[in-house]
Write a protein that binds this ligand. Structure first.
Ligand code: 5GP
Ligand code: MG
Length: 227
């Protein structure tokens, strides 16, 4: 990650961050603060936006092939808010632009982290799941860490929402964070990237409820977050 100056009016006070995936124009005070957080070394680039987008296209193709082979007539995505919102929407677009199967998008909220680096040990699931009765559901989640959220969500979908089947698609997998008691949730069918045990932000994931919108993923080097 490096900074460079922009040409044209206002160039002196408008830093532009250059990263592997493109340019971020820091247009106002808030964005300048964000830009400084990135350039100050708190963040380091882990996965560029071009890598993320390329991988989502691959995942979409894998999903289409598998769903066709399973003779499913629709691809039913359950996007877990808030972290998977960008990933899920992009995945839905990629599947849809391949044009072979209709895509249904559903949303659910599942929270276990709060504003800390360690999972709270509890997981709150909120959302109307009536529409998923009898469906072959693909859960789209931002990251698999301890496994608690997806373990609980999968059980919830099968036992309470009466989904016909549950398949899991995660953008990131942090195997170093896995807790033994959540190992038996079954296979994770689709994984974007395996990452080391670091706290990450961007690509939908937050750092103190900010930075979700970054199109790339950064590792957060904050000593208060001992992951
Ligand atoms: P798990 O229940 O598997 O421990 O954690 C899953 C949830 O914790 C994810 O959906 C995500 O919201 C949050 N999480 C886990 N690791 C990270 C991380 O490195 N950064 C952020 N921002 N959230 C994380
Ligand atoms: Mg999440």
């Amino acid at each position: 990650m490096r900074t460079c100056s922009q040409s044209g009016p206002g160039a002196a006070r408008t830093p532009v961050l250059v990263h592997a995936g493109g340019l971020i124009h820091a247009r106002d005070r808030e964005e300048q603060v964000r830009a400084q957080a990135i350039s100050s070394g708190i963040f380091s680039l882990l996965i560029s936006s071009s890598h993320i987008n390329k991988r989502i296209t691959e995942l979409a193709h894998n999903i289409i092939c598998t769903e066709r082979a399973r003779r499913h007539e629709e691809i039913c995505l359950l996007i877990v808010l808030k972290g998977a919102v960008f990933f899920g929407c992009r995945l839905a677009r990629e599947i849809s632009s391949a044009g072979s199967l209709p895509v249904a998008m559903h949303f659910i909220s599942a929270a276990s982290y709060g504003n800390q680096a360690h999972s709270s040990g509890r997981c709150r699931i909120a959302g109307n799941l009536n529409a998923l009765h009898g469906k072959d559901v693909i859960v789209v989640e931002d990251i698999l860490d301890s496994g608690r959220t997806l373990y609980k969500l999968k059980n919830h979908l099968l036992k309470k929402a009466h989904a016909a089947s549950v398949t899991i698609c995660v953008l990131l997998d942090k195997p170093g964070g896995r807790k033994a008691r959540f190992q038996n949730m079954g296979r994770i069918d689709y994984i974007g990237f395996r990452i080391p045990a670091v706290f990450v932000a961007g690509g939908g994931l937050d750092y103190f409820d900010q930075f979700r919108e970054l199109p790339f993923i950064v590792a957060v080097h904050d000593k208060a977050l001992c992951v």
